[in-house]
Design a binder for this molecule. Structure first.
Ligand code: UDP
Length: 242
């Protein structure tokens, strides 16, 4: 297993864009892992993706303690400005799909400020409902999109991408959750010290208390990781003894 930092993730995305085929990138956090255990369709989508970016400290800690893999978190809202700079340099048109009306436009405007020369092939709030698919695909293709950011929230965005991937043309499609809300400045990010300490979930819980139900995934994730650790240790000590 290779865990990628931001620079490596960007170069992996560049690699994906070199073969003229559509590719799916997922940004995985603890909620994804918990959901994927009981949602087979979502699990299949994650397993079939071309690149998984680790967007959660829970997953970073689990990889370190369960598999000895040292890595850092590559947050969706953190990598997008860097990806926008790379896209500006390479002249890859970028499309921002999803979020509440007006938010994708505002995020695109901010990205153009951060990445002068960035080509925006379109922005559209839209919906993951299949009735909108044809219109969305026409918009994405008409701008010769090479980087498609989809912000419908998980798992809808990732399932939407998988379902439509073969019709997207040569591009990389990435599910980015609430990233447009952050980039547009609608929702403030947690302070850096909280993000480094793996406490962004706590900040989100305080700012957006209605998310508590979704965040129940976090203690469950910790429980699952600890059970896995206990099982691994037990296997190791049995092997040593016997
Ligand atoms: N969203 C959307 N259409 C929907 C449901 C959600 O565009 O049908 C957007 C929502 O406005 C937000 C984003 O999806 O910008 C992700 O929301 P959430 O906070 O659930 O995502 P997370 O970052 O937790 O994956």
């Amino acid at each position: 297993m290779q865990a990628l930092d931001t620079r490596q993730a960007l170069s992996a995305i560049e690699g994906l864009l070199s073969d003229g085929q559509p590719h799916q990138v997922v940004t995985v956090n603890a909620e994804f892992v918990v959901r994927a255990r009981r949602d087979e369709a979502f699990r299949r989508v994650l397993n079939a993706s071309d690149l998984a970016i680790i967007d959660g400290m829970g997953v970073v800690f689990a990889l370190r303690f369960l598999h000895g893999v040292r890595t850092t978190r590559v947050g969706g809202a953190d990598i997008i400005p860097d990806l926008a700079r790379l896209a500006a340099e390479k002249k890859w048109p970028m499309f921002l799909l999803g979020a509440m009306p007006g938010v994708a436009e505002a995020a695109a405007k901010r990205l153009v400020e951060l990445a002068p020369g960035l080509l925006i092939s379109g922005t559209y709030s839209g919906s993951p409902d299949p009735s909108q698919e044809e219109e969305i695909l026409a918009r994405v293709r008409s701008g010769r999109t090479r980087v498609l950011l989809v912000a419908f929230g998980a798992p809808a965005q990732d399932i939407w991408i998988a379902r439509n991937l073969s019709h997207l043309g040569p591009c990389v499609a990435i599910g980015v959750g609430g990233a447009f809300d952050y980039i547009a400045g609608l929702v403030p990010r947690a302070p850096v010290w909280m993000r480094r300490a793996g406490l962004e979930w706590l900040y989100r819980l305080i700012r957006q208390p209605w998310r508590w139900r979704r965040q129940l995934a976090l203690p469950l994730f910790v429980y699952l990781a600890l059970s896995e650790l206990a099982r691994t240790r037990l296997r190791q000590s049995k092997a040593e003894r016997g």
